[in-house]
Write a protein that binds this ligand. Sequence first.
Ligand code: KIV
Length: 316
Amino acid sequence: MADSATSVRPVTAPEIATRKGSGTPIVMITAYDAPTARVVADAGADVILVGDSVANVVLGYDNTLQVTVDDMVHHVAAVARTRPRPLVVGDLPWLSYHVSVPDTVQNAARLVRAGAGAVKLEGGRKRLDHVRAIIDAEIPVMGHLGLTPQSVHALGGFKVQGRDLEAARAIVDDAVALADAGCFAIVLECVPDAVARLVTDSIAVPTIGIGAGRHCDGQVLVFHDVLGLEDRTTPKFVRRYAELGTDARTALAAFAADVRQGRFPSSDETYHAADTVADEIARHGRTSAGADPAADAPRSGGGGGEPRSVGAGHSA
Ligand code: KIV
């Protein structure tokens, strides 16, 4: 398949910012490699988030704290190589912007050089100096408030945030500060819908919700959750639109059964030499190894056909 929309101009961060109040919610979906990026782009998403959720859904960790800038560069580059139409947002991992301001800008720049059109980071007012410095380096920044998974230990677990008035006000104040600093959009994760609504009404840039109800300017879900590829936990805000994990197990079990019962490969799935060549191979093919060629049965079929390219880079 051709890479998605190679001839189509990619969506930009400023364009996402102007979607506020357009009446058409922004659609953001995570992707972590070339095939998932192509699927997300072909589905018409506006934004591909190369999230640090790669830690959970791809790399097998229990939280996002294990992924590094090197990991994120690797995954952002794989997504960006498909030249998708959606804006590619690269997630800054834990400890990549909790360091000095110059180091933070360098880390953000690495994601941009890997192909991201913007970066995302977690936290509000206490990250403002770093947010401003990244924006000052001409890198668009998406904020992330509410449940910020990189703070899992400080928060005492993965819990809904902003449940009381004080906590709700803090989230609104953080959002206003991030928007004033120049963030082009803000993710709101796991907050009550009343809080998301107040934030959305309080800032001039879009909010993109995950577990934040319907009053946001857009919604984001994790690829593996939407498609039923992640079974370990399913938060209540996830709607599964497919059961690809179940389908994949059924398909692979069918393949295994076909192999074990001799039904795979069929003659049609096999390359054949011309009959004369096959006979010659059967008669002489093993003489140098001292085997008895007469012991080999002649091969059936004729003609080989060209090897088919399987995906990108493999030939059969
Ligand atoms: O990493 C991620 O997938 C995210 C989303 C949950 C917004 O940050």
